[in-house]
Design a protein around this ligand. Sequence first.
Ligand code: LUZ
Ligand code: MOS
Length: 762
Amino acid sequence: MKNIDSNTHVSGTSVYLDDVPVLNGTLFGAAYGSPCAHGVIRELILEEALQMPDVVRIFTAADIPGHNEIGGIIKDEPLLADKHVHFCGMPVAFVVARTREAARAAVKKIRIKIDTLPVITDPREAQSKGELIIPPRTFQLGDTDNTWSQCAYVIEGNVDINGQEHLYIETQGAYAVPQENNSLRIYSSTQGPTAVQRAVSGIIGAPMHRFEVIVTRLGGGFGGKEDQANTWAALCSLAAWLLKKPVKYALHRMEDMAMTGKRHPYAADFKIGLNKDLQILAYEAAFFQNAGAAADLSPAVLARTLFHCTNAYYIPNVKATAWSCRTHLPPNTAFRGFGGPQGMFVIEAAIAKAANVLKVDAAIIQKRNLIRTGQEFPYGQTAESEALNCWEKAETLYDIVDQQRRIQQFNADNKLFKKGLAFMPICFGISFTNTLMNNARSLVHIYSDGSVGISTGAVEMGQGVNTKILQVAAQTFSIPPEKIRLNNTSTYTIANTSPSAASATADLNGKATLIACTAILDRLKRLAAEAFQVSTDQITLSNGQVLVNELPSHWDWQELITTAFARRISLSEHGHYATPEIHYDAVKEKGHPFAYHVYGTAILEATVDCLRGTYTIDTVKVVHDFGNSMNTDIDRGQIEGGIVQGIGWMTMEEVVYDKEGILRSNALSTYKVPDIYSVPKTIDIEALQTNRDNLAIFRSKAVGEPPLMYGIGAWFALHNAIRAFHPYADIPFITPMTPEKVLLALYSKTNPEKNQQHAETV
Ligand code: LUZ
Ligand code: MOS
């Protein structure tokens, strides 16, 4: 089935926040962010700004009637800076004016005096000074200490992973409209309507039931709107509440880039031990997460780094510790993969370094150590693994032997162009790691004309979740898709929702919809069974017809609904789903946190121009574990997008903060994302169709986040291409692998691996 949003997207009639018609009298906001990253506010000078034309009022922390606090996991984040500023861009004041231009012009006239304090931007420095968001966490399996002596080879190294700007095409924003009797309707570009509702309720100091948060759709979220849409909704709500006027704020791209957090940069140390057969016996890692100035979602992101620190490999002895380090950057936040990709990059770096030292192809080490069914992840869950299936299918389907031969030939024939190949296996756990978040609700109405309206907690952000939910209802009722409509997401319809995140939205909301539809269907079948004097299991629905003993009756869907309505049978149901089987003990760091895992293998080929350092990612060939995809078009779209976004993170997207904590890559002129010219020329995706039972909706496995991690292979393909030019090149494990870094590596003189080989080999 086609994505149900295709037509409105293509015709430009899809409604995003900025397309919601504004009411007469609407005012426009703009936030004033701190010009420096750390300090104490001496004086905030608003006079000149207040005198600007069309300015209505400027709000500061002193105006907040409730608590000046928007922190989720930890209460450590004021909405508006009061005395201290902790990051450059931290909102200090909110200007409200009659036009958006007037609001922005007034922001430019605000002056501030700040006594500056030392700025920390580096997570290792923060860790050494004890600046931690939460105490460190350690995942452990087996006993690494007593294993090193059994290893034939022990290799150590370190890694520096940069962040990533979300660059959702639609920037952050909100529109708060006062309703009667002290309540607000808030349109928000958020992945988490309930999170917005809770934040606004706290800021205003009024119960949650007064705040309706509505989302039609997002122009992308990628995690950036899981938690950080709260700020803009709370600012608009504060102003709307106090002024009793509608207030809107849709951020300018540069405001959005400067004020919001990004994917977490990480520094890491690794130590990996292998036996003579290249089996990995032991792995230790220390992760230093750059959390930024407040907790935001960092503790949860940190957990996922640990959950995925061994990627798709089985390693019998593991010890991984992660520190969430407080720095003076905007609080970093959720981003597709949620800390998992960083954990996975580090183990891939460890394997690549081991391969260099041992002079073997990294793919041999990778393949030899893929996790198998029944083997244990460091957090205690046992694998139902498709890792080797995906890998082997990719090898044969894409004729890897021929590809390797072609690349060798190309490298022999070309002096200044070199090709590199990398395998990237993935394994990603599906469920919020915080078990209690794994629940959802769906409200299904059948109207008396037979049409169906569905509301869920799911936020459509381009991922196609509404199409999948519609398919669930169409299949359950056996009626054509045209009879079904997905309503916008509203906290008045569906309460206490988890954000649309963790790749789990279609599973959770789809299952809730299935439960609701099935409950109504059971009532309808009972009615038909009574009417035709048969038992309910003799009634089935097919193509809008009611069948009795598999034969057409004189009832169709409409007759069924008309009769049910006349008989006063409820045609509505509120379904609730909570993922079964999952549990986790955060003290022991053991449990069964994930409903299931998604596996896959990508083979990436890159070509480096060894004169210029520029490169192309030529092909990405994937075998992906879809389970049993319920919508292959949508799922392929997710995989293609994920791969390109992952490649962007690993190769060209470079977030640059200076030592003062000021964002230098603050516009699309300085922050480069993949475009039509730089995407891989070929992306082949093949399904590993499996019918193994799983907890996915219709066994169609979650697809949102896992494919991003295929992009990690681009870094290693480039790494291998550089080695084809200069076998002893010094290639530090630093991301992204920009053309500048490629050039430095191509002409590097040092050769740490060659020199260290004996020192590092036990
Ligand atoms: N958000 C969250 C997530 O709150 N918990 C998670 O485990 C998660 N995983 C991936 C993406 N977002
Ligand atoms: Mo996300 S990183 O699933 O909001």
